[in-house]
Design a protein around this ligand. Sequence first.
Ligand code: GDP
Ligand code: MG
Length: 224
Amino acid sequence: MSDSEGEAYEKQVKIVLAGDGSSGKTSISERFSKDAFNRDYNQTLGIDYYLKRINLTRSYNVTLAVNDVGGQTLGGSMLDKYIFGVDIVLLVYDITNLQSFENLEDWYLTIAKYCAGRKPLFALVGNKSDLEHLRAVKLERHQRFAKERDMLSYFVSAKTGESVENLFRQVSAHLMHIVLPKHDSDAARIITAPIIRQEQSNASAPIKSPQSTGTTRTSICTIQ
Ligand SMILES: Nc1nc2c(ncn2[C@@H]2O[C@H](COP(=O)(O)OP(=O)(O)O)[C@@H](O)[C@H]2O)c(=O)[nH]1
Ligand SMILES: [Mg+2]
């Protein structure tokens, strides 16, 4: 048995969070790195930097260097400096703020331009999922944006912590082409469930199973 047998593989990954001011970049970074949430809004000036080491699997450890970019708008940030050598870009918007979603197109194009040739892994992140009742961005628009740009996609809440850890684990695993153990994908807490339309006209008829009915639809449900 060699000395190296049983040693874990270590990698450092650079992650940049980008998107409009107030979308929740700092809150997501702090929830992930310190498991804390601050209700007050303190505008990030320059950049905040967090390091956190996680075990992806028993044999893979990743140290995540999380770069929380300041600036309220694209023009106000020093993005070109921070993007250098980035592995993963999280494009963050606030699901209750349509403008923050629509501005992501510009964030995406600008970052892609700065990365010239070395395309990082992009993920679309809809934050503030605890405010689902105030949602201003339709689910299909979120999904279409991600699909058209071949991006991963997530919904999180920095406030409750919902899916934040999972987001960082999943994007890191994707970057490293690692398949996570099953309990990790369960952590996404998103399930697809069949919705069975009940027959109105014949209430006494037996209810068909989802496999046998022609009226089954599939829907995405997020467990709160
Ligand atoms: N309800 C709710 N508020 C959030 C969430 N994330 C951030 N906020 C609030 O939104 C405001 C802006 O958050 P911040 O992280 O500073 O945004 P940043 O400018 O993108 O870094 C703050 O008042 C946060 O408390 C969330 O998941 N849910
Ligand atoms: Mg900030």
